[in-house]
Design a protein around this ligand. Sequence first.
Ligand code: FAD
Length: 415
Amino acid sequence: MNKEVIIIGGGIIGLCSAYYLHKEGHQVTILDQSSMDSGASYVNAGYLSPSHIIPLAAPGMMKKGLKWMFNPSSPLFIKPRLNSDFLQWGWAFNTSCSTKNVTNGIAAIKDIAILGRDLYAEIKSEEKFSFQLEKKGLLMVCQTEKMLEEETHIAKIAAKEGLPTRELSLDELKKIEPNVQLNAKGAVHYQCDWHTTPQTFMDEMKTFLKASGVQILKNEKVVDIIIKNNEITLIATKNKSYTADEFVLAAGSWSHLLSKKLGIQILLEAGKGYRINSKRELGITIPAILAEAKVAITPMQGFTRFAGTMEITGINHTINKVRVEAIANATQRYYPEIKLSSEEKEAVACGLRPVSPDGIPYIGKSTRCKNLTIATGHAMMGWSMGPSTGKLVSEIISDQKPSLNLEPYHPDRRF
Ligand SMILES: Cc1cc2nc3c(=O)[nH]c(=O)nc-3n(C[C@H](O)[C@H](O)[C@H](O)COP(=O)(O)OP(=O)(O)OC[C@H]3O[C@@H](n4cnc5c(N)ncnc54)[C@H](O)[C@@H]3O)c2cc1C
């Protein structure tokens, strides 16, 4: 049966949900509080990276996070706040930093990331989109022996999971990336990863959805949700109220603020990250993560992107110049010839990753509300998992057998 569906949030998760719901014949409307041209789904590093199978909440991460709290240029910064949402998230994150979470995380993250990656290719060929989709893999570039050992260990875990990886000496690294000087000990090459230019995909998808009859309403902030007998009866923006058969909550880092109105607790923190673009010809042809500095570099369509940091400081878009400098400085430590200019750094932009405590997204229906599908909490992997999440959302609403076991993503799970 075709249904009327309202999606709250038009980032990658909202757009991909709209795409698959529309394909199933549903009548879809997207409401977004912004003008839908900035934020996490636009500033990300564009990686489709099944290689990232280890969740952020891994053994030792809390200790590292505490140490990094006192370093203004560290890649991870958690600002403690006396706020019950933050305290509960912090407690759950700490509990999740365990071997058990890593084991569960690998299973939950790998399949949805592989499916997401492959669906990008399917969408591109079916809709004749022209967004960049390159299959050059991802380099984890290491400057120290210790980091190379750590990365090699992770690569072995990935290889056991069937993800093709290759260890590279500095000479081998120079051979596959010959046009730029590199200061490194070696690297791990994940051949399973692909990359894209996010803005192009977002623009093509919005154009396609509009032309297909999906309503996209910008600057429409959902401020209230009315629920009766476990069902949403109405949602309200400042100007209007809306009804529908089914609703999707894909509001990224804001999702928990809306779910609270339904009595559904989703533990979520915004993890701010920055991107710097350079339109100069820099000679980088293969995406690379600078392993010690946690900076991601991507050769995109017409520019190179430098992205990094995870600042857990609440919902804000304040630019911390020290961290922007840290991204630029790290780049120059690994690529001595690349000095990002003041203009490039001034044009920095940021976005908020919706971070669940265990690093696993929330996808599915809460028992508290029959006609709401939650799709958020994708943290560092939301770009990779966009199409697969959208497909799962559509399967849930269309009462079809889901492509993946939904159990690990249950929004009612406790930590
Ligand atoms: C620097 C950086 C690099 C990254 N690199 C990668 C990468 O290489 N690969 C990868 O897989 N992932 C990456 N990510 C993560 C990925 O970008 C995010 O996980 C993903 O974009 C989240 O998408 P989303 O749709 O859930 O949220 P968003 O893109 O934030 O979209 C949510 C939307 O909801 C709207 N909204 C919120 N509240 C309301 C409301 N009340 N009413 C109406 N609308 C509302 C917002 O305006 C927003 O448009 C990166 C993120 C960052 C910041």
